[in-house]
Write a protein that binds this ligand. Structure first.
Ligand SMILES: NC(=O)c1ccc[n+]([C@@H]2O[C@H](COP(=O)([O-])OP(=O)(O)OC[C@H]3O[C@@H](n4cnc5c(N)ncnc54)[C@H](O)[C@@H]3O)[C@@H](O)[C@H]2O)c1
Length: 332
């Protein structure tokens, strides 16, 4: 299969590219990535010269860049490209609308003309917050941040292309991912790298928010399952089955790093912070997928990876990131 992967230099995208090339050596991949602050070619350094892999620097919201990528004649598109950080969407939403909504539209238009499979990488955040129970794929979309609203907008466009034009599209909505190559603004790598640097970890509000944690490798296998077996027009939730309050997550990180609770610095809560996300994953399990990584083991592996890859994350935490961090949390 010839796969056009967008955002393949980001966290999940780069893990997915590596996963596909290892598990489907007959496949070829073209990676279209704008290389924003979150996109890092280093994430794919070891496969950059692999014969089945190609890279195009380009923006999914730019119709010429998208047309050039589609002239490679892919059999399918997997759209990871997005602005992804909720806090940044609260501070400046425009890039989220441009990439996550307009960018998805540009890709859909090309996919429709070429009648190829389209896999949209969405998020459990589109359902909004739920105090008890779990959302299934029929639950209404009630996004609460500019990030999740942009992702929901993209999901609805995908749905409309299925209903209106008969596009062969599927959507996956996963919970929070963790693992190697995650940009250190996200909570797990931020906390791990702060502890390595001898800093405190900034915990929002009272730390009562609940998130489900999914090891990125498990997500890559789930995405691949839906790409190859998912039914046209269907949505599939993906979750790790490891729900934790942010305090419990922080305790697990402190334990993995052999640090004490005196390393916690409580900071003002995120605006409109959703209390709990939870998805029912029985539908994807009916395709034969199950998460394989136990959370404690996955977290230990992730901690070991960040300890062994300071050369990867230290440059990312300097410059623009350092200014962003200081403005947000102060010098902690
Ligand atoms: N990380 C998670 O926990 C999580 C959970 C659920 C869903 N998702 C979704 O998975 C996808 C990937 O998330 P991630 O955490 O790997 O993101 P990331 O921020 O690590 O990477 C995003 C990638 O997209 C690229 N990109 C951004 N704007 C672009 C544009 N206009 N054109 C082309 N490339 C562009 C960036 O350069 C980067 O390589 C996103 O769609 C996100 O909404 C992520």
């Amino acid at each position: 299969m010839r796969l056009l992967v967008t955002g393949g230099c980001g966290f999940i995208g780069s893990n997915f590219v590596r996963w596909v090339l290892a598990n489907h050596p007959e496949d070829e991949i073209l990676n279209l990535d704008k290389l924003t602050y979150a996109g890092n070619p280093e994430n794919l350094r070891e496969i950059a010269t692999y014969p089945g892999y190609g890279f195009q620097k380009g923006d999914i919201s730019n119709s010429e860049d998208v047309a050039e990528a589609f002239s490679w004649s892919p059999d399918a598109v997997v759209n990871f490209a997005a602005e992804t950080h909720v806090d940044r969407s609260i501070a400046s939403p425009e890039a989220f609308v441009t990439t996550d909504v307009l960018g998805t539209y540009r890709l859909l238009e090309q996919a429709r003309q070429r009648e190829i499979r389209f896999l949209q990488i969405s998020t459990d955040e589109v359902y909004g917050s739920i105090e008890q129970g779990s959302f299934n794929e029929e639950s209404p979309l009630q996004p609460n941040s500019p990030y999740s609203a942009s992702k929901a907008g993209a999901d609805l466009l995908v749905r409309s292309y299925v209903r209106t034009y008969g596009l062969d599209a599927v959507i996956v909505r996963s919970s929070n991912n963790y693992g190697p190559f995650q940009y250190p603004e996200k909570v797990i790598p931020l906390f791990l790298t702060n502890l390595i640097e001898g800093r405190k970890v900034p915990l929002y509000g009272e730390g009562k928010n609940v998130r489900d944690w999914l090891y990125v490798q498990d997500n890559c296998r789930a995405i691949d399952t839906v790409l190859r077996q998912g039914v046209r027009g269907e949505v599939y939730n993906i979750g790790g089955g490891h729900e934790l309050t942010n305090v419990a997550l922080t305790d697990a990180i402190l334990e993995a790093m052999e640090a004490g609770r005196d390393s916690i610095q409580f900071v003002p809560d995120r605006l409109g912070h959703d209390l709990r996300y939870s998805v029912d994953t029985s539908k994807i399990k009916s395709l034969g997928w199950e998460p394989e990584h136990d959370f404690q083991a996955g977290l230990r592996e992730t901690a070991a990876w960040y300890k062994a890859h300071e050369d990867w994350w230290r440059p990312l935490k300097s410059g623009e990131f350092r200014r962003y961090y200081l403005e947000k949390y102060g010098d902690i």
